[in-house]
Design a protein around this ligand. Structure first.
Ligand SMILES: N[C@@H](CCC[C@H](N)C(=O)O)C(=O)O
Length: 307
């Protein structure tokens, strides 16, 4: 089978994008692994299939019915697969690149309005700002550890290869699971060995994405408001270390904000998150949602034979 694809990335979190506008492409886990293979395939951290939300509903995924009931305009759905072929609920960098892809295909016009799309984590809304960055309302977030985790700052432990002992960690739900660990110094972040899957205790049944973070000195925006700053590396579920993770950046900012005692006047709502592949901005919104903003690039289009 010959497939037309586009390659894109958001802060170097890279994707193979497929336009399945009729919803008849039965994409298997094996095919995803072939596409994402960096030697024998196109190479990417994940595959994004743009597909009618109605086709996902027809395939029996109830989330698509909920998306259409909440927002009938969400006619396109982001079917996200990790490089190992597993299905993920959400991808923050992916949503921005999906929006750029939908524009490229002529299916959305972000010069005049927003794109509303379906994901396995629910409805997402994307706008393009005058600086060219895409801003996504990432919906509601949660700390699965509840008030105990807020008070103690942790609900689990993470052991990364080479560390003598596990470190305390905080779980953050962005529609997909994250576990955030604070490190004292940038040198500790640079030295961390993320070639192996970090061990998380208690072990999440569905797995988790693990973010290592170092809070940096605060800055200010053009209006003089405080802007928090965080540097992060990530080990993604179903992939390995990637150069960026949008939901992970949100989780990192939300964890650092929790540790700083959110709700107090001094703790910023706007955070700059530095990742190996660039920089994104996370804004904690007053309605309990979080916004992710950053670049989205389409790099090339081609054809690939899938067996
Ligand atoms: N890179 C993505 C997250 C992709 C899914 C993740 N690996 C998972 O399994 O939850 C992002 O930008 O958010």
């Amino acid at each position: 089978m010959t497939l037309r694809f586009t390659k894109g990335h958001g802060t170097q979190n890279d994707f193979v994008l497929l336009a399945d506008t009729r919803g008849d492409l039965g994409l298997t886990a094996d095919q995803v692994r072939c596409l994402t293979d960096r030697r024998a395939g196109v190479g990417a951290d994940g595959v994004i299939r743009l597909v009618p939300t109605a086709a996902i509903a027809r395939a029996g995924e109830e989330v698509a019915d909920r998306v259409l009931a909440e927002e009938p305009e969400a006619i396109w759905f982001m079917d996200y697969r990790n490089a190992d072929g597993s299905v993920a609920q959400m991808c923050g960098n992916g949503v921005r690149v999906f929006a750029a892809f939908a524009e490229h295909l002529g299916l959305a016009d972000l010069t005049t309005g927003e794109l509303v799309l379906g994901t396995r984590a629910g409805v997402r809304r994307v706008r393009r700002d005058p600086d060219g960055w895409y801003a996504v309302d990432m919906g509601a977030w949660a700390l699965p550890g509840g008030q105990d985790a807020v008070e103690s700052g942790a609900d689990s432990q993470v052991l990364v290869a080479g560390w003598p002992t596990p470190r305390p960690a905080l779980s953050v739900d962005l529609g997909n699971p994250h576990t955030v660990v604070a490190l004292p110094e940038v040198d500790d972040l640079t030295a961390a060995d993320l070639t192996q899957v970090p061990q998380v205790d208690p072990r999440p049944v569905e797995g988790t994405n693990v973010e290592l973070v170092v809070p940096l000195a605060e800055g200010t925006d053009a209006a003089g408001r405080p802007v928090g700053r965080v540097r992060m590396r990530v080990h993604e579920r179903g992939v390995g270390e990637t150069l960026s993770c949008g939901t992970g950046a949100c989780a990192a900012a939300l964890a650092v904000r929790t540790w700083a005692g959110h709700g107090s006047a001094q703790v910023p709502d706007v955070w700059e998150v530095e990742v190996p592949g660039g920089r994104v901005r996370v804004t904690v919104l007053p309605d309990g949602h979080v916004e992710l903003a950053g670049p989205a690039e389409l790099v090339f289009t081609g054809e690939v034979d899938l067996h």
